[in-house]
Design a protein around this ligand. Sequence first.
Ligand code: HEC
Ligand code: HEC
Length: 206
Amino acid sequence: MKGLATAVVFMALIAVPAAAADPDGEELFELCVQCHGSAGQGSFLALAPAIAGLEEWYVVAQLEKFRSGVRGLHPDDLAGLRMYPMSKVLRDDAQLEAVAAYVASLPSQDPAPTLEGGDAARGQALYAPCAACHGADAQGLEPLAAPSLTDTDDWYQLEQLRHFRDGIRGANPADATGMRMRPMALILANDQAMKDVIAYVMTLQN
Ligand code: HEC
Ligand code: HEC
């Protein structure tokens, strides 16, 4: 009987916090600031991109991808492997959606260019096919699942284009939208072409 009583008391103790109000998006974002910064401005040292102002639907989609392991589990994806466990700290869909809404509500940080050697004029021509999905101003087009490219860092975009090219992102058959992007990274002939197109995208930031 004593064991049962102890068990009942113990269950009552863990039941209390579970019954407490769900943390809101701002509170949940505390889990993210260590890497993404308090304004969602990102941190190069943490390999974590600026995320402030990304579209809510895109943030939800990416958090779901990390949570299910469709993104971030490739053994060569050092940055993705850091993000993957963070998606798991969100307890359920409600928390995932709440933090995504908060991220989307943060003002875009319009990250400053950091890469050198990109030629924006050449990049403008290379960007033409990208506009079909990401929009003429790289503002993103939800019906095509293509995110805005103006809210995030140039170094991160270069890393992502390399990852798509190398099959580190967007090669998993369960990643339908990533698989749409992958061939586009493959049409960029080399790192120089990637830097050029990104240099052009950076001129579109407002
Ligand atoms: C331990 C560091 C760390 C923490 C904490 C962290 N992240 Fe990340 N996050 C990363 C890294 C690194 C990447 C880049 C992954 C890549 O390069 O593919 C990333 C990528 C992302 C992306 C994808 C951005 C894009 O443009 O595709 C989103 C969205 C994101 N994180 C949201 C969050 C949210 C929301 C939280 C808090 C619940 C969080 N992160 C906590 C490190 C972290
Ligand atoms: C056929 C439509 C399509 C075209 C064309 C396209 N993209 Fe994408 N792109 C996408 C989709 C969809 C995603 C999101 C993939 C996902 O859900 O993980 C994406 C993601 C990206 C990302 C990662 C953004 C982030 O925040 O992680 C970059 C960078 C990118 N595209 C750059 C480009 C560039 C540069 C071009 C032109 C060379 C291009 N895209 C052409 C559909 C496209």
